[in-house]
Design a protein around this ligand. Sequence first.
Ligand code: TA6
Length: 332
Amino acid sequence: MASPAPAGAASAAASPSPPVQLPSPFAELVKGPSGLEKIVLRGARNCCAEIYLYGGQVTSWKNDNGEELLFLSSKAIFKPPKAIRGGIPVCFPQFGTHGNLEQHGFARNRFWTIDNNPPPLPVSPAIKAFVDLILKPSEEDLKIWPHSFEFRLRVALGPSGDLSLTSRIRNTNTDGRPFSYTFAYHTYFSVSDISEVRVEGLETMDYLDNLKAKERFTEQGDAIVFESEVDKVYLAAPSKIAIIDHEKKRTFVVTKEGLPDAVVWNPWDKKAKAMQDFGDAEYKSMLCVEPAAVERPITLKPGEEWKGRLVLSAVPSSYCSGQLDPLKVLQG
Ligand code: TA6
């Protein structure tokens, strides 16, 4: 049973733990700098990823050149109960502040465990580097969110280095009660310079603007560019979204299943300065694009299971005379 770690758990976690048999030879369990345990996945062509048991949180995804593709703040705090600032925090059972839980729920502040015997998950046989984690509510959790659940998370590296996260959440209430939740993969991408980044695929979409009392607007631009703080929940967004990093000539392709919405967030300078676990200038080198279920909470009856999947790939962006052709990746 995962449970909220007492403050200072990092030091407790520093004590040596027996090696854990992992499901695949491509995954090993090691201790991170703070003493928190993490799984290192090594995929094809030297691609790799790291996932902390704390939060079930991916904190690193590297391509075959060893380049880090996710943003992790240099000031991230690896000390429960603080959430790790960067990578892919899992927001469950609540995204944001609408609800009676802390912002973004508690899954990212809990210790997950390795699930060595998960129910079968149909995946391509080409995917060999993966790990299965599981989170169940503690007695403490049941006091703040009175529902039993099994949250299984598979993190995998595909043969071309793509990173996939598959969440399966099952209602295991024995009292017949359904439950509803909101969810997000709060993904922090590493970018060369936020002012050189465009997001394609969300044009003409409606969004709720968190900077304007969640008022609803329609995206007018032919692509989203960044010149100030952005905090928008795009509704019923397409299954593919492209993040084009002009300087790096790299396009991130975000593919989502079971997650209708997409949150786009950059704190810009003022909010950056206000976050203790975020460098003042780090807003220039990150962008959050977060596949989510926000506008319409997901409801599960006892025994029902929901699946939400995120696939990230990084492809070279070809440019001709300044014209972007990310549509290729959106239609691919
Ligand atoms: O996803 C955007 C957002 O909801 C922003 O409003 C900002 O609060 C961000 O999440 C970070 O939240 P956190 O709780 O991780 O500091």
